[in-house]
Design a protein around this ligand. Structure first.
Ligand code: AKB
Length: 317
């Protein structure tokens, strides 16, 4: 039986991934951990433990107690929060990653951790950013992500740990809201379109970034983890994306469903600077060729589903 330990399990990715993994492998097979606890499905549907990933001893003892064979390490500060607290971001993002990799090395587990489009920087080609290219980010989050990609490569090459990873774009979901990211505006826009028929964007008009719907992100993680290891050339940092969009593109897609939706701008210079240092669109051919990445949602189908699911959630609350 598989035994998967997930860190950051109550976060935006974790809260959906844990439920999907429990569906696939059984509730008892997925140990969800997070630094906080709350009343929710992830906590009630299977094993849950409080874990601060900076505590190496506790991390290792939990992994041993449950005898895990897979570590999915999601706990991290996102880009805007990391930029506001760079020292804390280094401690959590890098300290947590080293501890997670050490558990994987000691217990010989499979390992997944996400990288991000934040691993690119102002000197990276902006359009159809290649899989292998210049990575000189100018944000703490970006520095963490590039270092993380290299560290995961190192653990694979030096210690034979089966490390795998994806460079995620902005992830859109209706289940758990993101927090502290630069791409969060897109999720906020859907909620406020439903609630107020208006949204003021902190990201400026014409600022393109990559995005993807959460079901495609979850599917991509599972597909990569199940992929034949011998086919993986870029183990730890596959470019994946489904949509390249600016705020006005989201607004236009929303207006197909809410015709009087109003988009205005009040640009936040800190998050705008981060967005401008990232690519406009990335090239995902390596992920397609090496393990068959194929997202199902585009901007139109994602928008329809998001708006429907947000309405349904509001009716059930
Ligand atoms: C963020 O905006 O920080 C994240 C990311 C793209 O990594 N969503």
């Amino acid at each position: 039986m598989k035994k998967i330990l997930v860190t950051g399990a109550l976060g935006q990715i974790g809260s959906e991934l844990v439920m999907k993994l429990r569906q696939e492998y059984g509730d008892a097979s997925v140990v969800a951990t997070d630094v906080r606890k709350q009343d929710c499905e992830v906590v009630h549907s299977g094993p849950f433990e409080i874990l601060d990933v900076q505590n190496a001893g506790h991390f290792a003892s939990l992994a041993k107690e449950y005898n895990v064979d897979t570590v999915i390490h999601l706990a991290a500060l996102l880009s805007a929060k990391a930029e506001a607290n760079p020292q804390l971001a280094w401690n959590i993002n890098m300290g947590g990653l080293v501890n997670a990799l050490e558990v994987a090395r000691e217990m010989n587990t499979q390992f997944f951790t996400p990288s991000s489009i934040g691993a690119f920087g102002p000197g990276t080609p902006k359009d159809q950013t290649p899989q292998d290219t210049i990575q000189r980010p100018n944000t703490m989050y970006g520095v963490n992500k590039v270092s993380g990609e290299l560290l995961c490569d190192y653990y694979y090459e030096k210690f034979g740990v089966d490390t795998r990873g994806l460079r995620f774009p902005g992830l859109i979901s209706y289940v758990t809201k993101p927090g502290g990211g630069t791409t969060d505006y897109a999720v906020e826009m859907y909620y406020e379109a439903k609630e107020k028929r208006a949204y003021t964007s902190y990201i400026g008009a014409g600022t393109y970034m990559d995005m993807m719907y959460m079901p495609d992100a979850i599917q991509a993680i599972i597909q990569l983890m199940e992929a034949d290891s011998s086919r993986l050339v870029h183990r730890n940092a596959f470019n994946v994306s489904a949509i390249s969009a600016a705020p006005e593109d989201f607004a236009e897609a929303i207006r197909h469903h809410i015709p009087d939706f109003q988009l205005t701008y009040d640009v936040d210079p800190a998050r705008q600077a981060i967005a401008e240092s990232w690519p406009d669109s990335i090239d995902c051919r390596a992920a397609k060729d090496e393990w068959g990445f194929k997202p199902n949602y585009d901007l139109q189908t994602m928008t329809k589903d998001m708006l429907e699911k947000i309405s349904l959630k509001a009716t059930n609350e």
